[in-house]
Write a protein that binds this ligand. Structure first.
Ligand code: TXA
Ligand code: MG
Length: 334
């Protein structure tokens, strides 16, 4: 993007700033907000005009529905037709990184649900976002605060780098604790829950609470998966630098590489040296890997490397599944 003509202002979470930003939201404006997963671009979910601005600013196709954020469980029945299994999950994991897809009520504008009869709802855990939700007194629609198709932002600076010329208000809540977008579960049919997007809340955790199997997400980009959760295109979260994924990385791979390539390990490799070797978490702890993945993808994308080599978690269960999902999407071309 060229030099932004107008820079968005970054606000700290003082009571005065929060009151001002709540006023912006109440009058139909947009505010970028911190959540525990990634930063979101928020608008009054009950105001179709305000939500249309989100699509324009992100250059997001109108076929890709938004997630609605609420502050308390009591707000859910106004937006969605609730069932017992949805309540079980909400009680177990809210506030937190879990989004429920349910049949929508008439108050949700069709621009939010992209014309569908369902709505995605989540109760975020970030304390500043929760205070803003309370002050605004509204449910807030918010997709990730990045231009459509790029890596999701996990800091206020990431938001400003991507959207700073197109929005005015960014609330700074520090670096996102989880670092990957929420787990999305389709509960329209309570008897057949289905995972639409893996995240920090794992399929095993959902199954434990529900006492029944939760269907896996379809392979990325397959027509049926795209119909279920239309934003989940195969190529997403994509940096501009080509990415190559590896089941394991070792010294021999690095030695055989070409100049200008970067090597990203899950854990710090023994004796690591040189400006082209990186790691996501000193000990390879997957929560640390998830937390730092998007920030490192962005940094390396702007560092002038020709290729980014990434080591993937070996298992494809739990948090590893969510990390692998994002790495595969980042590496997908075309
Ligand atoms: O962690 C998160 O979920 C973040 C923060 C800001 O809350 N939000 C986020 O939003 O990742 P976004 O727009 O980048 O991804 C939302 C995805 C859509 O692309 C779509 O796949 C799915 O949620 N979705 C939304 N409404 C849906 C619906 N009614 N049915 C199926 N999928 C839906
Ligand atoms: Mg997104």
């Amino acid at each position: 993007m060229s030099t932004p003509s107008r820079r968005a202002r970054i606000y700290s979470g003082t009571p005065r700033n929060l009151a001002r930003l709540a006023g912006v939201l109440r009058s139909g404006g947009l505010v970028a907000v911190p959540t525990e997963t990634v930063y979101g671009l928020a608008a009054n979910a009950l105001d179709a005009g305000a939500c249309r601005k989100i699509f324009r600013v992100k250059r997001r196709p109108s076929t890709d529905p938004l997630i609605v954020h609420i502050r308390s469980l009591a707000e859910l029945p106004r937006l969605a037709h609730v069932n017992a299994n949805a309540l079980k999950l909400a009680k177990a994991f809210w506030p937190g990184p879990l989004t429920l897809v349910l049949p929508k009520t008439g108050v949700v504008p069709s621009v939010v649900s992209a014309g569908r009869s369902s709505v995605a709802v989540r109760m975020p855990a970030h304390p500043l976002f929760r205070r803003l939700l309370r002050l605004a007194g509204l449910p807030l629609a918010a997709p990730s605060a990045n231009p459509f198709g790029y890596v999701s932002p996990t800091s206020a600076d990431h938001v400003r780098a991507g959207l700073g010329a197109r929005i005015s208000h960014i609330l700074d809540g520090g670096s996102c604790r989880v670092g990957l977008e929420s787990t999305i579960v389709d509960l329209r049919d309570p008897e057949h829950p289905r995972l639409l997007r893996p995240g920090a809340i794992t399929r095993a955790e959902l199954e434990r609470v529900l006492g029944r199997p939760v269907a896996r997400p379809g392979p990325a980009g397959r027509a049926n998966a795209a119909q279920l959760a239309p934003g989940l295109l195969k190529r997403h979260y994509s940096p501009n630098t080509p990415i190559v994924l590896h089941e394991r990385l070792g010294r021999a791979d690095v030695a055989a590489g070409k100049p200008g390539e970067a090597w990203v390990f899950l854990a710090k490799p023994p004796g690591a040296r040189g400006g082209e070797i990186f790691w996501l978490d000193a000990r390879g702890d997957l929560r640390g890997v998830a937390r730092r993945l998007f920030a490192l993808l962005r940094r390396l994308d702007h560092a002038g490397f020709t290729t980014l080599h990434f080591e993937c978690p070996a298992s494809d269960e739990g948090l590893a599944q969510a990390i692998n999902d994002r790495l595969r999407r980042a590496a997908a071309r075309g």
